[in-house]
Structures are given as structure tokens and as C-alpha cells.
Design a protein around this ligand. Structure first.
Ligand SMILES: Cc1cc2nc3c(=O)[nH]c(=O)nc-3n(C[C@H](O)[C@H](O)[C@H](O)COP(=O)(O)O)c2cc1C
Length: 330
């Protein structure tokens, strides 16, 4: 009997599969199906700082200017009822999800302002979420911001949220740090119960027909997994936090690779959007089959077996790999 269980941010998960934050989580029936198909936990779509600020702005505009000038300010926000219904609806959805499923429900907060998050983290905890994932989707464009300031902001947000809640807190990280390993360690030392590698930044494109800058949401492919894979392999065994992979998991082999690099949990969204929620079931069957064929009894035995510490060629994760890769081109 293959043992797929894994420990992730203090939870004993029955397997490593955790559907990541996405609009799929807005539909309770879909989340129920994820649980039925074998998902071990789920991460909700994010509550955005802008949603909270929107609510505050709405009140301010109504009080100060009346409804007309408020309509003008709406252009900065995305369209859709869900966005405007804001934090209250999000808290309600946590309660409903908790009633609907018995796997851990990890709420997600997306923003950059520590102050805002303390209050909402508490409300999220009170609403019954089992944990919080902080998505610090933060792109520093200031020309006078010193290196190190961005890292400081991550730590501040984490500490602020940790000080306000008892439930575990994960940080979903960007890949754009100049010293990833030490940033991961700092976040771990500051109390992050898990690090989620990596936040996938959507890069805007230029629409030449309309001469506009336009958003560009392209789903991932398996190639994108190599970036988090490398960093997970490097930080595995060097930090206290659990580790989850996100970005580019599309096959059961990807799941095996992520675990071998050192991931405790394997998050996925694009593949579920493209191929449907049922994919979770086939992933689990294929994972078990792969482990049987390759004589791995448990996820625990497989975990970190190709991390940098365990790997026969540790330099493969570093600069040496770059030279070798370039020379391998035929
Ligand atoms: C349509 C869509 C909506 C998403 N919404 C969120 C979100 O609200 N919060 C968040 O942290 N990540 C969000 N993500 C990112 C995913 O959780 C995931 O990290 C990313 O898609 C990379 O994983 P994948 O390659 O498995 O898709 C979203 C992704 C997609 C495609």
C-alpha cells in the first residue's frame, strides 16, 4: 500500500495535491468535487487589498462627493459583481466552504499593506479558515527604493499577520529576489509556516492595433516548473517552513519531480482550468502507479531525494549548470 500522506504547514494531508488559488474556488460545488476527487486541501481565490480599499473608498466618496464622482473612480477597478461585493462576501464564502468540505480550507489574502491585513486576517480566522496564504503580489517600481526594502516589506506583512492570528500562515513568494535562499530563510525564521514558490506574475503586453497596454493572462505549461523546482531543491532541508510548489504542474511526472525536489504540497490551477477537476483523480492514480513501478513506498521517502543536499551533482542547481546547458545545444 503506497502512503501518499504528507505534512504541510502543520496539517496531516492525505496526499500532496492542493488546488491553488483560482476562480474555481468561488463555486462550492467545484470545491466539493475537488474533495471527492481526492484533493487534500484547497487554497481559496484571494481577497484583494483593493477590494477592501474599494469598500473604504466607496464610503468616502458617498460621504464627500455623492454617487457621481464615485462612478468615475470605478474605472480603476476590474469589472464583475464579485469584486465589488468585497470582504463581507469573502468571509461568508469561507464559512460556507467550511460547512461543505472537510479538507483544510486555506484562505488567501493578496496585497502589500501590513496595516490592512491584520484586521482582515483576524476576520478570516474567525470565519473558520484553517490557514492563510499571503500573496504579496508586489512589484517595486520606485527608483529610490534601496535593495532590501522589498524583502523588509514581506517580513513586515508576515509578522503583522502572524501577530494577529493563531492559524498557520503561508507566504506565496515572487521569484524576483536577488538572494532567494536568504529571503526564504528570513521568512521562515519570521514564522512563515509555509513558503509557496512561485507567484506567477502576469506581464502586460502592448496591443499594436489599439496602441494600448493590455493585460495578458496566459495559462502555464510544464516548462515553467523548472524555476520553482530549482529553488525548492536548494532551500529544502535548510528552512523550518513547509514548502509548496505552484507554477507549471501539469502531469503526474511533474508532481513526482516537485516532491523529489522537496515540496511538501503540490499546488495547481492551469491544468484544472484546462482539463477539468477530474484530473485530480487521475493524477492520484498515476502517482500511485508511478511510485509502485519505481518502488517508492511513500511520499516521505521520495521527498527531497533529488534536493540539492541529496543530489549526486549539487552543482547542477547552480552556475555550473548554466555552462553545461549552453554547451549542450546542438
Ligand atoms: C484565472 C486565475 C486566477 C488566479 N487567481 C489567483 C488569486 O486570486 N490569488 C493567487 O494567489 N493566485 C491566483 N492565481 C495563481 C494560481 O494560484 C497559481 O499560482 C498560478 O496559476 C500558477 O500555477 P499553475 O501553473 O498551476 O496555473 C490565479 C491563476 C489563474 C490562472
Amino acid at each position: 500500500m503506497i502512503d501518499l500522506s504528507t505534512k504541510y504547514m502543520g496539517f496531516d494531508l492525505k496526499n500532496p495535491i492542493v488546488p491553488s488559488s483560482s476562480p474555481l474556488m468561488q463555486d462550492i460545488d467545484k470545491v466539493r468535487r475537488m474533495e471527492d476527487d481526492g484533493a487534500a486541501a484547497v487554497v481559496m481565490d484571494s481577497l484583494f487589498e483593493e477590494q477592501i480599499k474599494f469598500e473604504e473608498a466607496e464610503l468616502y466618496y458617498f460621504l464627500e462627493h455623492g454617487t457621481e464622482s464615485f462612478a468615475e473612480s470605478l474605472t480603476y477597478f476590474p469589472s464583475g459583481d464579485d469584486f465589488y461585493s468585497g470582504p463581507e462576501l469573502y468571509l461568508e464564502r469561507i464559512q460556507k466552504l467550511k460547512e461543505a468540505v472537510s479538507i483544510p480550507v486555506i484562505a488567501s489574502m493578496n496585497g502589500t499593506d501590513a496595516e490592512e491585513w491584520i484586521k482582515y486576517a483576524k476576520l478570516i480566522e474567525e470565519a473558520g479558515a484553517d490557514a492563510i496564504e499571503l500573496n504579496v503580489y508586489f512589484l517595486e517600481t520606485g527608483f529610490n527604493i534601496a535593495p532590501g526594502e522589498v524583502e523588509k516589506r514581506y517580513i513586515e506583512i508576515l509578522k503583522a499577520v502572524k501577530s494577529g492570528v493563531k492559524i498557520p500562515v503561508a507566504v506565496k513568494l515572487s521569484p524576483y529576489f536577488s538572494a532567494m535562499a536568504s529571503t526564504a530563510k528570513e521568512l521562515s525564521d519570521a514564522g512563515a509556516n509555509a513558503l509557496v514558490l512561485f507567484n506567477r506574475f502576469y506581464q502586460p503586453d502592448i496591443d499594436l492595433a489599439n496602441l494600448e497596454v493590455v493585460p495578458n493572462l496566459v495559462l502555464s505549461n510544464s516548462d515553467e516548473m523548472c524555476l520553482p523546482l530549482r529553488w525548492i531543491a536548494i532551500i529544502y532541508g535548510n528552512i523550518k517552513s513547509s514548502i509548496a510548489i505552484t507554477s507549471g504542474v501539469h502531469t503526474h511526472e511533474d508532481i513526482v519531480k516537485a516532491i523529489m525536489a522537496g515540496a511538501d504540497a503540490v499546488q495547481m490551477t492551469s491544468v484544472l482550468l484546462q482539463e477539468g477537476i477530474d484530473k485530480i483523480k487521475s493524477f492520484l492514480e498515476e502517482l500511485v502507479r508511478w511510485m509502485e513501478e519505481h518502488e517508492y513506498e511513500s511520499v516521505d521517502i521520495m521527498k527531497g531525494s533529488l534536493s540539492q543536499k541529496a543530489c549526486p551533482d549539487p552543482a547542477a542547481f547552480e552556475r555550473a549548470n548554466y555552462m553545461k546547458t549552453l554547451r549542450s545545444y546542438k
